[in-house]
Design a protein around this ligand. Structure first.
Ligand code: GLA
Length: 458
């Protein structure tokens, strides 16, 4: 086993101090000592963007940044939530009457998603309350999954307070489902990695059934996260749900063209599975069956033989009702090609050829181009940041997470790390910060961290 270096000890000391501070703040807020603590990490998705909700495998790893909650179960039915960051206001509600307001993605609603998910899973109607103090250090709206980490942390808090247990897979599935109470129709990647992550390894996450397999990342290269500082809250806009809808429609149209039962099909993966063909063949099928020009609702209804009314009520979500054009060809092309890149990435990691870093980097670059041009989930700042990262030594760089802002992830040869950080700092951040000291949260190297856990002592 490797000896603990001073850097590891520094991290441990910082984590301990954070806990002690949280305990103290809890005491001054609620006048008591927490009974237990729960942490759940954020994640960086290395490759496999916007394909989890289409049924395809993704390849994320947990980051060390997390949501940490200090908890004291109480005997009254009141749920009291507070946050160490004063911009997030206190919240309290009756534990037996949880309402999640989809019109405003306020911080406490993410806690309520996890809470409600567990409550519903066990069919409990008479819950006692809790006092909770939340401390998060994942930059919000940055594509590192701070919201899912809060949902997962709240789910595990609730389970622990009830004295019940569930497997990590069950918890991940419950939290993925309950996060949709916020109104976005995400896949299960973020919640799965938050629970199933293990220190030192990235994971291939596969769905139906949910499972996670270790993926050994190359030694000699480092993953670096860089925040574009463009904030994107996927629950506050309709971009995300529009893409989910476009993928669903592409799946239905492809199924119809191929004489499958299109009405029960929801995901692009189901079309591939029903046809029993490869991802490469699916890409050819898309070429034949869909056209690059955007589809209008009327054209889709004609193709599927449904009325506009059925289209609105059965297919569109509340925040996509007014969308007038759907790019089905481009979205399907992205999904099938990205799904293939994930499998290639895993294979290269297993085979570990001499030029592994170059090959993985190329796949990451292709992924970014596809996200930018086919899925249209990038933005000028992300594109610029990716270019800067490549210019200063990254073998591969791409947006990570939902996109439209947030972070990039770059694969950087270890020997170039310090010059890379200095140059990216100067080329991207100095312009924004006007030369002030670098903000540590915006540009940092990261290693695969561990998953969610409960502990008793500060
Ligand atoms: C968000 C969703 C995930 C996934 C990514 C894009 O993080 O919560 O399920 O779809 O976007 O890959």
């Amino acid at each position: 086993m490797a000896a603990e270096g001073p850097a590891t000890r520094q991290v441990q000391v910082a984590a301990h101090l954070r806990l002690l501070k949280l305990k103290e703040m809890f005491n001054s807020k609620f006048g008591s000592i927490p009974k237990f603590y729960v942490r759940a990490p954020g994640r960086v998705n290395i490759i496999g963007e916007h394909i989890d909700y289409c049924g395809y495998s993704v390849l994320p790893m947990a980051v060390e940044q997390d949501m940490l909650i200090a908890v004291e179960p109480v005997t009254t039915p009141t749920l009291q939530l507070a946050n160490t960051n004063p911009i997030y206001l206190d919240f309290s509600a009756c534990a037996n009457n949880i309402q999640i307001d989809q019109t405003k993605p306020l911080w406490h609603n993410y806690f309520l998603c996890g809470f409600k998910g567990i409550q519903e899973h066990f069919g409990l109607s008479n819950l006692t309350g809790m006092n909770c103090l939340v401390d998060g250090n994942i930059p919000p709206n940055s594509g590192l999954s701070s919201s899912s980490a809060l949902v997962c942390c709240a789910g595990l808090v609730t389970l622990t307070a009830l004295g019940m247990s569930l497997s990590k897979v069950e918890l991940a599935e419950i939290c993925a489902k309950s996060e949709r109470y916020i109104g976005t129709q995400g896949g299960g990647m973020d919640q799965s990695i938050s629970f199933l992550a293990e220190e030192g390894t990235a994971k291939l996450i596969e769905f139906s059934p949910l499972r996670a397999t270790d993926v050994k990342l190359p030694s000699g290269a480092v993953f670096v996260i860089a925040n574009s500082r463009v904030e994107m809250n996927k629950a506050a806009t309709s971009h995300f749900n529009i893409r989910v809808t476009e993928c669903r429609l592409a799946a239905k149209l492809l199924a119809k063209q191929k004489n499958l039962r299109w009405d029960t099909i929801l995901r692009l993966e189901e079309v591939q599975a029903k046809l029993g063909v490869s991802l490469e063949e699916m890409l050819m099928i898309v070429e034949d069956a869909l056209h690059p020009a955007a589809y209008s609702p009327e054209e889709i209804c004609r193709c599927l033989g449904m009325s506009l009314e059925e289209f609105r009520t059965q297919i569109l979500s509340p925040n996509t009702q007014d969308v007038l054009s759907f790019k089905l060809y481009q979205r399907a092309k992205h999904v099938y090609s990205e799904a293939a890149r994930v499998l290639q990435f895993k294979k290269i990691c297993e085979e570990a050829p001499d030029n592994i870093v170059q090959l993985l980097g190329e796949l990451m670059n292709q992924s970014h181009v596809s996200c930018r041009d086919m899925y249209e989930c990038s933005c000028p700042e992300l594109d610029q940041l990716v270019d800067i990262c490549r210019k200063f030594g990254a073998q591969g760089s791409r947006l990570t997470g939902a996109g439209w802002g947030g972070c990039t992830v770059s694969l950087v040869p270890a020997e170039k790390l310090s010059s890379f950080l200095a140059n990216v700092q100067e080329a991207y951040y100095q312009r924004i910060d006007g030369g002030s000291a670098p903000e540590k949260q915006s540009l940092f190297a990261t290693k695969p961290g561990g998953g969610a856990l409960v502990f008793l002592e500060a």
